[in-house]
Design a protein around this ligand. Sequence first.
Ligand SMILES: C[S@@+](CC[C@H](N)C(=O)[O-])C[C@H]1O[C@@H](n2cnc3c(N)ncnc32)[C@H](O)[C@@H]1O
Length: 297
Amino acid sequence: MRSYPGRLLRFVRYRILGLPVDPATLHSEMLTPAIRELAIREAARVANRFFADFFGDKYGDKCEGRAGELDGIVADFFRVFEERPIPSNAGGSGFENLFWLYVTGRLLQPELIVESGVWRGQTSWVLRQACPLAEFHAFDVDLSNRKYSDTSIQYHEQDWSGHDFGNLDGRRALAFFDDHVSHMRRIEEARARGFGTLIFDDNLPVYHIFQETDTIVPTVDMLFDDALSDLFSEGEEIEWIHANLSYRVRVDLPAWRAARSRVRSYANFPLVDKLANNFATKARYGGPTKIALVTLL
Ligand SMILES: C[S@@+](CC[C@H](N)C(=O)[O-])C[C@H]1O[C@@H](n2cnc3c(N)ncnc32)[C@H](O)[C@@H]1O
């Protein structure tokens, strides 16, 4: 239901002042149930293929026989998504990330979740929906932007690397990094703490970093980009401007190779946004996926 002040504001902006209409404010939605069902089935097919390729047939040991539940999990997500606490999550995750976090969380059922990069709390929320019983630690250097928080989540206003997890069984833990910190650094920290399964947002290839980001270099994609190690000698720098600010990162090839050697398997989650946009365009679904799943040795 649209609010009266919102409608009045739009009337003044578009009808009286004649400003161009922002398509994001217009409501578009597929109403035919059969087509909505089709989109959900297609999303399940994409997810099934991804997890079978990544973990193996029936999704291997990590999913503990839950592969058969995937269709139901995906259908649940489409319902859960409608209840998200932050309908339009500017600066944070849209449909793609939420989809993959939810489905992966439901399949893996980790006993411990770590999230680094909370922002308004939308991804904490979706992970909590997927894994209601997991011990959950959420880290952000500034927690004041939260619109969703949950008493079952332990929040820490600090970098995760300063936290002592005690005797952690990393095999049953899932860590999600969406904090604009170098993926290489996060891989090394995760390994030192015994974490085996990681999800990274903003896994950009090197030729996209100038458009979108600041401090996440090297990303996982860059660690696996052989062209880069051919192109650079030890100690050379990659330099770019993003949003008027200059950045440079020294290419530390031994450190890049070391971090890469910790990785057992790595893949970007595939796109499901076209399906989502067939389902409903009422909300902001985000652009192409940059979210990646990584397991460590
Ligand atoms: C892109 S936002 C996270 C979005 C959120 N995961 C979502 O999708 O809704 C990045 C967040 O990382 C936080 N951040 C920056 N440096 C950090 C660090 N060292 N550790 C944890 N969080 C950090 C920022 O304060 C910001 O809230």
